[in-house]
Write a protein that binds this ligand. Structure first.
Ligand SMILES: *Cc1c(COP(=O)(O)O)cnc(C)c1O
Length: 428
Protein backbone atom coordinates (compact mmCIF):
# COMPACT_ATOMS: atom_id res chain seq x y z
CA UNK A 1 0.00 0.00 0.00
CA UNK A 2 1.44 3.36 -1.06
CA UNK A 3 -0.50 5.49 1.37
CA UNK A 4 0.27 3.75 4.63
CA UNK A 5 1.05 6.84 6.70
CA UNK A 6 -1.81 8.92 5.25
CA UNK A 7 -4.26 6.16 6.02
CA UNK A 8 -2.95 5.84 9.58
CA UNK A 9 -3.27 9.61 10.07
CA UNK A 10 -6.80 9.44 8.68
CA UNK A 11 -7.79 6.75 11.16
CA UNK A 12 -6.46 8.94 13.96
CA UNK A 13 -8.16 12.09 12.64
CA UNK A 14 -11.53 10.35 12.50
CA UNK A 15 -11.47 9.76 16.24
CA UNK A 16 -11.53 13.50 16.96
CA UNK A 17 -12.78 15.27 13.81
CA UNK A 18 -16.09 14.34 12.12
CA UNK A 19 -15.14 12.22 9.13
CA UNK A 20 -11.51 13.12 9.80
CA UNK A 21 -11.74 16.34 7.77
CA UNK A 22 -12.59 19.99 8.41
CA UNK A 23 -14.37 20.36 5.07
CA UNK A 24 -16.30 17.48 3.49
CA UNK A 25 -14.86 17.81 -0.04
CA UNK A 26 -11.50 16.70 1.34
CA UNK A 27 -12.79 13.24 2.17
CA UNK A 28 -12.74 10.81 -0.75
CA UNK A 29 -16.43 10.00 -0.42
CA UNK A 30 -17.29 10.10 -4.11
CA UNK A 31 -14.14 8.35 -5.33
CA UNK A 32 -13.54 5.88 -2.50
CA UNK A 33 -10.35 5.32 -0.51
CA UNK A 34 -8.66 7.46 2.12
CA UNK A 35 -7.71 11.11 1.68
CA UNK A 36 -4.04 11.96 1.32
CA UNK A 37 -2.39 13.93 4.09
CA UNK A 38 -0.12 16.73 2.93
CA UNK A 39 3.10 17.60 4.66
CA UNK A 40 4.14 20.62 2.66
CA UNK A 41 3.89 22.18 -0.76
CA UNK A 42 5.97 24.40 -3.00
CA UNK A 43 5.17 25.77 -6.44
CA UNK A 44 3.09 23.24 -8.38
CA UNK A 45 3.92 20.31 -6.11
CA UNK A 46 2.45 18.69 -3.02
CA UNK A 47 4.70 16.61 -0.77
CA UNK A 48 2.60 14.09 1.09
CA UNK A 49 3.10 12.26 4.38
CA UNK A 50 4.15 9.09 2.54
CA UNK A 51 7.07 10.81 0.86
CA UNK A 52 5.51 11.10 -2.59
CA UNK A 53 5.47 14.19 -4.78
CA UNK A 54 2.21 15.06 -6.53
CA UNK A 55 1.52 17.59 -9.27
CA UNK A 56 -1.30 19.65 -7.81
CA UNK A 57 -4.37 20.56 -9.89
CA UNK A 58 -6.50 21.76 -6.97
CA UNK A 59 -4.24 24.38 -5.45
CA UNK A 60 -6.23 24.67 -2.25
CA UNK A 61 -9.39 24.87 -4.43
CA UNK A 62 -8.20 27.96 -6.21
CA UNK A 63 -6.18 30.40 -4.11
CA UNK A 64 -2.70 29.26 -5.13
CA UNK A 65 -2.84 30.69 -8.63
CA UNK A 66 0.88 31.52 -8.47
CA UNK A 67 1.86 28.27 -6.77
CA UNK A 68 2.30 27.11 -3.19
CA UNK A 69 4.51 29.01 -0.74
CA UNK A 70 4.91 31.81 -3.27
CA UNK A 71 7.83 33.82 -1.96
CA UNK A 72 6.42 37.39 -1.95
CA UNK A 73 3.31 36.14 -0.10
CA UNK A 74 5.39 34.13 2.38
CA UNK A 75 7.63 37.14 3.04
CA UNK A 76 4.65 39.44 3.59
CA UNK A 77 3.06 37.02 6.05
CA UNK A 78 6.24 36.30 8.01
CA UNK A 79 7.03 39.99 8.26
CA UNK A 80 3.53 40.86 9.50
CA UNK A 81 3.29 37.97 11.94
CA UNK A 82 6.17 39.37 13.92
CA UNK A 83 4.27 42.62 14.46
CA UNK A 84 1.04 41.19 15.81
CA UNK A 85 -1.59 39.20 13.96
CA UNK A 86 -4.83 40.88 14.98
CA UNK A 87 -5.83 43.97 16.92
CA UNK A 88 -9.54 44.42 16.38
CA UNK A 89 -8.64 47.98 15.42
CA UNK A 90 -8.22 49.58 12.00
CA UNK A 91 -4.91 49.24 10.19
CA UNK A 92 -3.54 51.03 7.15
CA UNK A 93 -3.03 47.84 5.16
CA UNK A 94 -6.81 47.35 4.99
CA UNK A 95 -7.09 50.59 3.01
CA UNK A 96 -4.15 49.56 0.82
CA UNK A 97 -5.70 46.27 -0.27
CA UNK A 98 -9.15 47.85 -0.61
CA UNK A 99 -7.73 50.53 -2.95
CA UNK A 100 -5.94 47.94 -5.05
CA UNK A 101 -9.01 45.69 -5.34
CA UNK A 102 -11.16 48.67 -6.33
CA UNK A 103 -8.61 49.64 -8.96
CA UNK A 104 -8.56 46.12 -10.43
CA UNK A 105 -12.30 45.31 -10.37
CA UNK A 106 -14.69 47.29 -12.60
CA UNK A 107 -17.37 49.51 -11.16
CA UNK A 108 -16.97 49.05 -7.40
CA UNK A 109 -16.54 51.97 -5.01
CA UNK A 110 -16.21 50.23 -1.66
CA UNK A 111 -15.27 46.78 -0.42
CA UNK A 112 -15.68 45.04 2.94
CA UNK A 113 -13.36 42.21 4.01
CA UNK A 114 -14.56 39.09 5.80
CA UNK A 115 -13.01 35.70 6.58
CA UNK A 116 -14.40 33.35 3.93
CA UNK A 117 -16.34 33.13 0.69
CA UNK A 118 -19.30 31.83 2.67
CA UNK A 119 -19.38 34.98 4.78
CA UNK A 120 -19.02 37.17 1.71
CA UNK A 121 -22.03 35.60 -0.05
CA UNK A 122 -24.12 35.46 3.11
CA UNK A 123 -23.46 39.15 3.74
CA UNK A 124 -24.06 40.06 0.09
CA UNK A 125 -27.60 38.71 0.11
CA UNK A 126 -28.36 40.35 3.45
CA UNK A 127 -27.18 43.64 1.95
CA UNK A 128 -29.27 43.04 -1.19
CA UNK A 129 -32.33 42.31 0.91
CA UNK A 130 -31.75 45.37 3.08
CA UNK A 131 -31.16 47.58 0.07
CA UNK A 132 -34.21 46.43 -1.92
CA UNK A 133 -36.49 45.78 1.06
CA UNK A 134 -37.38 42.41 -0.51
CA UNK A 135 -36.88 38.89 0.85
CA UNK A 136 -36.52 36.36 -1.96
CA UNK A 137 -33.40 35.46 -3.88
CA UNK A 138 -32.82 33.35 -6.97
CA UNK A 139 -29.93 30.91 -7.17
CA UNK A 140 -29.00 28.32 -9.78
CA UNK A 141 -28.96 24.57 -9.21
CA UNK A 142 -25.38 23.38 -8.94
CA UNK A 143 -23.97 26.81 -8.11
CA UNK A 144 -22.25 26.92 -4.72
CA UNK A 145 -22.18 30.07 -2.64
CA UNK A 146 -20.83 28.68 0.62
CA UNK A 147 -22.63 26.81 3.35
CA UNK A 148 -24.94 29.44 4.84
CA UNK A 149 -28.57 28.34 5.18
CA UNK A 150 -30.06 30.28 2.26
CA UNK A 151 -27.75 28.59 -0.23
CA UNK A 152 -28.08 24.96 0.82
CA UNK A 153 -31.11 24.51 -1.34
CA UNK A 154 -31.37 22.04 -4.17
CA UNK A 155 -33.71 21.80 -7.13
CA UNK A 156 -36.51 19.26 -6.90
CA UNK A 157 -37.33 17.24 -9.96
CA UNK A 158 -39.30 20.05 -11.58
CA UNK A 159 -37.40 22.45 -13.82
CA UNK A 160 -38.21 25.38 -11.59
CA UNK A 161 -39.35 24.65 -8.10
CA UNK A 162 -39.52 26.16 -4.68
CA UNK A 163 -36.48 25.12 -2.77
CA UNK A 164 -36.39 22.32 -0.31
CA UNK A 165 -33.39 22.26 1.98
CA UNK A 166 -30.66 19.79 1.02
CA UNK A 167 -29.23 19.72 4.50
CA UNK A 168 -31.07 18.93 7.72
CA UNK A 169 -30.92 22.02 9.91
CA UNK A 170 -31.96 24.44 7.18
CA UNK A 171 -35.50 25.52 8.04
CA UNK A 172 -38.41 25.47 5.60
CA UNK A 173 -38.87 29.14 6.41
CA UNK A 174 -35.40 29.92 5.05
CA UNK A 175 -35.76 27.58 2.09
CA UNK A 176 -38.95 29.21 0.87
CA UNK A 177 -37.10 32.47 0.20
CA UNK A 178 -34.59 30.80 -2.11
CA UNK A 179 -35.94 30.24 -5.63
CA UNK A 180 -34.14 27.96 -8.04
CA UNK A 181 -33.43 27.91 -11.72
CA UNK A 182 -31.21 25.94 -14.09
CA UNK A 183 -27.92 27.51 -15.11
CA UNK A 184 -28.00 29.07 -18.57
CA UNK A 185 -31.81 29.17 -18.58
CA UNK A 186 -33.19 32.70 -18.89
CA UNK A 187 -36.80 31.60 -19.50
CA UNK A 188 -36.97 30.20 -15.98
CA UNK A 189 -35.71 33.49 -14.54
CA UNK A 190 -38.32 35.40 -16.45
CA UNK A 191 -41.02 33.05 -15.13
CA UNK A 192 -39.77 33.44 -11.55
CA UNK A 193 -39.91 37.23 -11.77
CA UNK A 194 -43.48 36.98 -13.15
CA UNK A 195 -44.58 34.61 -10.40
CA UNK A 196 -43.00 36.73 -7.62
CA UNK A 197 -43.65 40.36 -8.57
CA UNK A 198 -41.70 42.90 -6.47
CA UNK A 199 -40.48 40.15 -4.15
CA UNK A 200 -37.09 39.20 -5.53
CA UNK A 201 -34.18 41.07 -3.98
CA UNK A 202 -31.40 39.55 -6.05
CA UNK A 203 -30.11 36.88 -8.35
CA UNK A 204 -26.85 35.33 -7.19
CA UNK A 205 -24.81 33.53 -9.81
CA UNK A 206 -21.35 32.13 -10.44
CA UNK A 207 -20.76 34.08 -13.66
CA UNK A 208 -18.57 31.19 -14.83
CA UNK A 209 -19.77 28.20 -12.84
CA UNK A 210 -17.07 26.15 -11.16
CA UNK A 211 -18.81 23.96 -8.62
CA UNK A 212 -20.42 21.47 -10.99
CA UNK A 213 -17.30 21.20 -13.05
CA UNK A 214 -16.55 24.30 -15.07
CA UNK A 215 -19.58 25.56 -16.95
CA UNK A 216 -19.28 28.68 -19.07
CA UNK A 217 -22.23 31.04 -19.34
CA UNK A 218 -23.88 30.74 -22.76
CA UNK A 219 -23.72 33.78 -25.00
CA UNK A 220 -26.27 36.27 -23.75
CA UNK A 221 -26.93 34.53 -20.42
CA UNK A 222 -25.19 37.07 -18.18
CA UNK A 223 -26.47 39.96 -20.30
CA UNK A 224 -29.98 38.52 -19.99
CA UNK A 225 -29.68 38.32 -16.20
CA UNK A 226 -28.54 41.95 -16.17
CA UNK A 227 -31.56 43.04 -18.24
CA UNK A 228 -34.07 41.03 -16.20
CA UNK A 229 -32.68 42.40 -12.93
CA UNK A 230 -32.90 45.95 -14.28
CA UNK A 231 -36.47 45.44 -15.50
CA UNK A 232 -37.51 44.08 -12.10
CA UNK A 233 -35.49 46.38 -9.84
CA UNK A 234 -33.56 43.42 -8.45
CA UNK A 235 -29.82 43.32 -7.81
CA UNK A 236 -27.44 41.09 -9.72
CA UNK A 237 -24.80 39.45 -7.51
CA UNK A 238 -21.78 37.89 -9.17
CA UNK A 239 -20.21 35.33 -6.88
CA UNK A 240 -16.61 35.67 -8.02
CA UNK A 241 -15.17 33.78 -5.06
CA UNK A 242 -13.66 31.33 -7.55
CA UNK A 243 -13.33 33.48 -10.67
CA UNK A 244 -12.22 36.78 -9.12
CA UNK A 245 -8.55 37.61 -9.82
CA UNK A 246 -8.34 34.22 -11.60
CA UNK A 247 -10.01 34.70 -14.98
CA UNK A 248 -8.92 38.33 -15.33
CA UNK A 249 -7.73 41.11 -13.04
CA UNK A 250 -11.32 42.30 -12.90
CA UNK A 251 -12.88 38.82 -12.89
CA UNK A 252 -15.80 37.83 -15.10
CA UNK A 253 -17.18 41.37 -15.07
CA UNK A 254 -14.11 42.35 -17.08
CA UNK A 255 -13.89 39.13 -19.10
CA UNK A 256 -17.50 39.19 -20.30
CA UNK A 257 -18.08 42.91 -20.00
CA UNK A 258 -21.23 42.55 -17.91
CA UNK A 259 -21.62 44.54 -14.69
CA UNK A 260 -22.97 43.14 -11.44
CA UNK A 261 -24.42 45.22 -8.60
CA UNK A 262 -22.61 43.32 -5.85
CA UNK A 263 -19.51 41.15 -6.32
CA UNK A 264 -18.20 38.62 -3.82
CA UNK A 265 -14.63 37.38 -3.50
CA UNK A 266 -12.66 34.71 -1.68
CA UNK A 267 -9.93 32.21 -2.55
CA UNK A 268 -7.30 34.17 -4.58
CA UNK A 269 -8.00 37.46 -2.76
CA UNK A 270 -6.59 35.95 0.45
CA UNK A 271 -3.39 34.58 -1.08
CA UNK A 272 -4.03 31.31 0.80
CA UNK A 273 -5.16 32.83 4.10
CA UNK A 274 -8.82 32.93 5.16
CA UNK A 275 -10.23 35.99 3.39
CA UNK A 276 -13.47 36.86 1.66
CA UNK A 277 -14.86 40.20 0.53
CA UNK A 278 -17.90 41.81 -1.00
CA UNK A 279 -18.03 45.01 -2.96
CA UNK A 280 -20.44 47.33 -4.76
CA UNK A 281 -21.15 50.93 -5.70
CA UNK A 282 -21.39 53.53 -2.92
CA UNK A 283 -25.16 53.67 -3.12
CA UNK A 284 -25.33 50.00 -2.05
CA UNK A 285 -22.30 49.72 0.24
CA UNK A 286 -23.38 52.76 2.25
CA UNK A 287 -26.28 50.66 3.56
CA UNK A 288 -23.81 48.64 5.63
CA UNK A 289 -23.20 49.26 9.33
CA UNK A 290 -21.84 51.53 10.70
CA UNK A 291 -22.92 53.82 7.83
CA UNK A 292 -26.29 52.19 7.30
CA UNK A 293 -28.73 49.78 8.89
CA UNK A 294 -27.58 46.42 7.44
CA UNK A 295 -25.46 44.72 10.10
CA UNK A 296 -22.31 42.78 9.33
CA UNK A 297 -19.21 42.31 11.48
CA UNK A 298 -16.17 40.13 12.27
CA UNK A 299 -13.61 39.96 15.08
CA UNK A 300 -10.81 38.84 12.78
CA UNK A 301 -12.07 40.57 9.61
CA UNK A 302 -9.31 42.45 7.83
CA UNK A 303 -6.63 41.21 10.24
CA UNK A 304 -3.12 42.26 9.21
CA UNK A 305 -1.85 38.76 8.54
CA UNK A 306 -4.64 37.96 6.07
CA UNK A 307 -4.47 41.40 4.50
CA UNK A 308 -0.70 41.12 4.02
CA UNK A 309 -1.11 37.81 2.18
CA UNK A 310 -3.95 39.17 0.06
CA UNK A 311 -2.17 42.43 -0.74
CA UNK A 312 1.02 40.62 -1.77
CA UNK A 313 -1.02 38.29 -3.99
CA UNK A 314 -3.09 41.01 -5.68
CA UNK A 315 0.02 43.14 -6.18
CA UNK A 316 1.78 40.29 -8.00
CA UNK A 317 -1.29 39.68 -10.17
CA UNK A 318 -1.74 43.37 -10.90
CA UNK A 319 1.90 43.88 -11.87
CA UNK A 320 2.19 40.85 -14.15
CA UNK A 321 0.72 41.91 -17.48
CA UNK A 322 1.34 38.49 -19.03
CA UNK A 323 -0.05 36.29 -16.23
CA UNK A 324 -3.49 35.64 -17.66
CA UNK A 325 -2.15 35.01 -21.16
CA UNK A 326 0.32 32.48 -19.72
CA UNK A 327 -2.37 30.73 -17.71
CA UNK A 328 -4.61 30.61 -20.78
CA UNK A 329 -1.83 29.08 -22.88
CA UNK A 330 -0.89 26.49 -20.29
CA UNK A 331 -4.46 25.43 -19.70
CA UNK A 332 -5.24 25.31 -23.43
CA UNK A 333 -2.16 23.11 -23.90
CA UNK A 334 -3.36 20.77 -21.16
CA UNK A 335 -6.88 20.79 -22.58
CA UNK A 336 -5.65 19.76 -26.02
CA UNK A 337 -3.35 17.08 -24.61
CA UNK A 338 -6.03 15.50 -22.42
CA UNK A 339 -8.61 15.59 -25.22
CA UNK A 340 -6.21 13.86 -27.62
CA UNK A 341 -5.27 11.25 -25.04
CA UNK A 342 -8.86 10.38 -24.17
CA UNK A 343 -9.97 10.40 -27.82
CA UNK A 344 -7.10 8.16 -28.91
CA UNK A 345 -8.28 5.54 -26.42
CA UNK A 346 -11.93 5.95 -27.37
CA UNK A 347 -12.97 7.39 -23.99
CA UNK A 348 -16.24 9.34 -24.28
CA UNK A 349 -15.73 12.77 -22.73
CA UNK A 350 -16.52 16.47 -22.77
CA UNK A 351 -14.00 19.05 -21.58
CA UNK A 352 -15.17 22.46 -20.41
CA UNK A 353 -12.75 25.30 -19.94
CA UNK A 354 -12.61 29.00 -19.31
CA UNK A 355 -9.12 30.43 -18.80
CA UNK A 356 -7.37 28.51 -16.03
CA UNK A 357 -10.51 26.62 -14.94
CA UNK A 358 -11.00 23.27 -16.65
CA UNK A 359 -13.07 20.14 -16.04
CA UNK A 360 -13.21 16.72 -17.66
CA UNK A 361 -16.67 15.16 -17.85
CA UNK A 362 -17.17 11.54 -18.84
CA UNK A 363 -20.34 12.42 -20.70
CA UNK A 364 -21.32 12.46 -24.34
CA UNK A 365 -23.41 15.61 -24.43
CA UNK A 366 -22.46 19.20 -23.88
CA UNK A 367 -22.39 20.05 -20.15
CA UNK A 368 -24.34 23.29 -19.67
CA UNK A 369 -26.02 22.96 -16.27
CA UNK A 370 -26.31 20.71 -13.23
CA UNK A 371 -28.52 18.15 -14.97
CA UNK A 372 -26.13 17.64 -17.85
CA UNK A 373 -23.17 17.61 -15.45
CA UNK A 374 -24.89 14.83 -13.49
CA UNK A 375 -24.99 12.64 -16.62
CA UNK A 376 -21.24 12.05 -16.38
CA UNK A 377 -20.12 8.48 -15.67
CA UNK A 378 -18.88 8.46 -12.08
CA UNK A 379 -17.40 4.95 -12.28
CA UNK A 380 -15.11 6.11 -15.08
CA UNK A 381 -14.25 9.22 -13.09
CA UNK A 382 -13.27 7.13 -10.07
CA UNK A 383 -10.88 5.03 -12.16
CA UNK A 384 -9.52 8.16 -13.80
CA UNK A 385 -8.93 9.83 -10.42
CA UNK A 386 -7.19 6.86 -8.80
CA UNK A 387 -5.25 6.11 -11.98
CA UNK A 388 -3.88 9.66 -12.10
CA UNK A 389 -3.12 9.60 -8.39
CA UNK A 390 -1.03 6.47 -8.83
CA UNK A 391 0.89 8.42 -11.50
CA UNK A 392 1.51 11.31 -9.10
CA UNK A 393 -1.18 13.64 -10.44
CA UNK A 394 -3.63 15.09 -7.92
CA UNK A 395 -7.01 16.27 -9.24
CA UNK A 396 -10.08 17.02 -7.11
CA UNK A 397 -11.68 13.87 -5.65
CA UNK A 398 -15.07 14.55 -7.24
CA UNK A 399 -16.45 14.63 -10.77
CA UNK A 400 -18.18 17.91 -9.93
CA UNK A 401 -15.02 19.88 -9.33
CA UNK A 402 -12.99 22.17 -11.51
CA UNK A 403 -9.22 21.84 -11.85
CA UNK A 404 -7.36 25.03 -10.98
CA UNK A 405 -4.28 25.65 -13.06
CA UNK A 406 -1.39 27.43 -11.39
CA UNK A 407 1.25 29.52 -13.09
CA UNK A 408 3.86 27.45 -11.25
CA UNK A 409 3.16 24.51 -13.60
CA UNK A 410 5.85 24.05 -16.25
CA UNK A 411 5.27 22.58 -19.70
CA UNK A 412 7.24 19.59 -18.48
CA UNK A 413 4.66 19.13 -15.70
CA UNK A 414 1.88 19.43 -18.26
CA UNK A 415 3.55 16.83 -20.50
CA UNK A 416 3.96 14.50 -17.53
CA UNK A 417 0.26 14.94 -16.82
CA UNK A 418 -0.80 14.33 -20.42
CA UNK A 419 1.42 11.24 -20.54
CA UNK A 420 -0.30 9.99 -17.37
CA UNK A 421 -3.72 10.62 -18.89
CA UNK A 422 -2.69 8.50 -21.91
CA UNK A 423 -1.65 5.68 -19.63
CA UNK A 424 -4.81 5.85 -17.51
CA UNK A 425 -7.10 6.29 -20.54
CA UNK A 426 -5.90 2.96 -21.91
CA UNK A 427 -7.35 1.28 -18.80
CA UNK A 428 -10.76 3.01 -18.81
C1 LIG B 1 -15.45 28.33 -2.56
C2 LIG B 1 -16.66 29.09 -2.94
C3 LIG B 1 -17.48 29.71 -1.98
C4 LIG B 1 -17.27 29.52 -0.50
O1 LIG B 1 -16.07 30.04 -0.05
P1 LIG B 1 -15.46 29.49 1.36
O2 LIG B 1 -14.25 30.33 1.54
O3 LIG B 1 -15.19 28.04 1.15
O4 LIG B 1 -16.49 29.73 2.38
C5 LIG B 1 -18.50 30.51 -2.42
N1 LIG B 1 -18.74 30.67 -3.74
C6 LIG B 1 -18.00 30.08 -4.68
C7 LIG B 1 -18.30 30.32 -6.12
C8 LIG B 1 -16.95 29.25 -4.32
O5 LIG B 1 -16.24 28.62 -5.27
Amino acid sequence: MIYKRSSALFVEAQTVIPGGVNSPVRAFKSVGGDPIFVKEAKGAYLYDEDGRTLIDYINSWGPMILGHAYQPVVDAVVNKAQKGTSFGMPTEIETDIAKLAIEMVPDIDKIRFVNSGTEACMSAIRLARGFTDREKIIKFSGCYHGHSDSFLIQAGSGAVTFGTPNSPGVTKGTAKDTLLADYNNLDQIEALFKANPNEIAAIIVEPVAGNMGCIPPKNGFLEGLRTLCDQNNALLIFDEVMTGFRLAKGGVQELKNVRADIVTFGKVIGGGLPVGAFAARNEIMNHLAPLGPVYQAGTLSGNPLAMAAGLAMLTEINNDEKLFARLEEKTAYLHKGIAEALTSHGVVHTINRVGSMISVHFAEDEVVDFKTAALGDNETFKKFFHGLLAEGIYIAPSAYETWFITDALTYKDLDTTIHAVHKVASTL
